[in-house]
Write a protein that binds this ligand. Structure first.
Ligand code: CTP
Length: 414
């Protein structure tokens, strides 16, 4: 077979969950085996209601794993090893239930435990009733998984086993084979930032008023985390300095967690020199000069007066000329009015190389939302991008970074 030569010799851990589409997984195994792929299977209890362990074992030419608590299974191959001795983990069919467990990190059977324990990339082929597929809970789970780097193929639309028509049909076996092949093509593909080092700031900073209260900027950290993930996917060695956020840690990134702007600055100076710095954090411009060691109490008199003092500007500090200056320093401009004019002034004021300007006025949905509409300012040029997901903004920004950097990681500023 020469249609997908990149599959030859690869090892797949195939998780077959409980859905009628499990019958298609038998064909998937056969098609993968024909292309030289070693397929090891976990068949869940639900999956075994639809297809037998014997047929899975016969087609995969391997033992089938089902029980987390089987002494034989555990002594032959612990679930941790099982989850890691593959190049890729494929979940087909991926039921709504299993996707929910993956999103929440629940490990209550062999399949979910292996999926939580794996250090390998995961591809899911969802299969379910169309209402279950469209349910906000399923969509939110999927969005979480995709943000964590889980890949997806399908589902398609059509007549479903339950008699209804709509989205929810598991992708056909050859579509899944093609998606697996795509993964191996991408992972072997060019890593334009290999050998580069990058620093990214993300999330808000917190500035204490007293031990229980603080000042904070609005920021979900999603854009900054997506940029760190995209830089790492491009091959860069990334340090992500993050204020408190609910974002999952991006894969392959070193995270330094901080609270205040001053701590963020210190954490940013530590990894220098780096090739690239992207400051996406919403740093609090001020901190409370007269922050208290003890909780402020209501005394019945005047409310307390907070005296604010300016925080260090991390972006401006990193942009200062000197031996430690990154080759490329990129800032963000969160503006609520006169977006381009304010951003152009900010670019000059901060001394950075590029500025990504975004409108954060109420009603734009930028804070905490999925999408971002940005303008990339480089010198006098302004490039307006269409509205994209924050992940797509990150990918496009990283492509621009890779194109702009000089050929060798050690060469001079661009
Ligand atoms: N920034 C920073 N340190 C600060 C303040 C901001 O590194 N103390 C960075 C942000 O990460 C962002 C850029 O500077 O990359 C612009 O942040 P923004 O909040 O838009 O601007 P400000 O500097 O706060 O300026 P202004 O208050 O005039 O909008």
């Amino acid at each position: 077979m020469s249609d997908f030569p990149q599959l030859q010799g690869k090892r797949i851990l195939l998780v077959i969950a409980g859905g009628i589409a499990a019958y298609k997984s038998l064909d998937l195994i056969r098609r993968l085996r024909e292309r030289g792929v070693a397929v090891r299977c976990i068949l869940t209890e639900g999956g075994a209601k639809f297809i037998t362990p014997l047929s899975v074992a016969a087609l995969s030419e391997d033992k089938v794993y089902s029980n987390q608590w089987s002494l034989t299974d555990e002594s032959e191959m612990g679930h941790i090893r099982l989850s890691r001795e593959a190049d890729l983990v494929v979940v087909a069919p991926a039921t709504a239930n299993l996707l929910a467990k993956m999103s929440a990190g629940i490990a209550d059977n062999l399949a979910s435990t292996a999926l939580l324990a794996t250090d390998k990339p995961v591809l899911v082929a969802p299969a379910m009733n169309s209402m279950m597929w469209a349910h906000p809970a399923t969509q939110a789970n999927l969005a979480t998984l995709e943000r964590r780097g889980v890949r997806r193929v399908g589902p398609g639309s059509g007549e479903l086993a339950c008699g209804e028509t709509g989205a929810g049909r598991m992708a056909e076996p050859m579509q899944i084979v093609a998606a697996i092949a795509d993964y191996f093509t991408d992972s072997a593909g060019p890593r334009p930032l290999a050998g580069r080092t990058a620093l990214v700031t993300s999330g808000p900073t917190l500035e204490a008023i007293d031990p229980v209260r603080y000042i904070v900027n609005r920021s979900s950290g999603r854009q900054g985390h997506a940029i760190a993930a995209a830089l790492a996917a491009g091959g860069a060695q990334v340090t992500l300095v993050s204020g408190p956020t609910a974002q999952p840690d991006p894969a392959g990134v070193r995270i330094v967690r901080v609270e205040s702007a001053r701590d963020m600055l210190a954490a940013c100076l530590a990894p220098l020199p780096v090739d690239i710095a992207v400051c996406a954090a919403a740093v609090s411009d001020w901190r409370v000069e007269n922050a208290r060691d003890q909780k402020l109490k209501k005394t019945g008199g005047q409310p307390p007066t907070l005296i604010l003092t300016e925080n260090p500007d991390i972006l401006a500090t990193l942009s200062q000329p000197g031996a430690q200056r990154p080759h490329l320093v990129i800032g963000f401009a969160a503006e609520t009015e006169n977006l381009i004019t304010n951003a152009q002034a900010k670019l000059r004021r901060k001394g950075c190389d590029w500025l990504v300007a975004n409108d954060v006025a109420p009603g734009t949905g930028t804070f905490g939302g999925d999408d971002n509409t940005v303008h990339l300012l480089r010198g006098d040029s302004v490039e307006s991008w269409p509205t994209l997901t924050k992940e797509a903004v990150a990918t496009r920004l990283v492509a621009a970074i890779a194109a702009a950097l000089p050929a060798s990681p050690t060469s001079q500023s661009c």
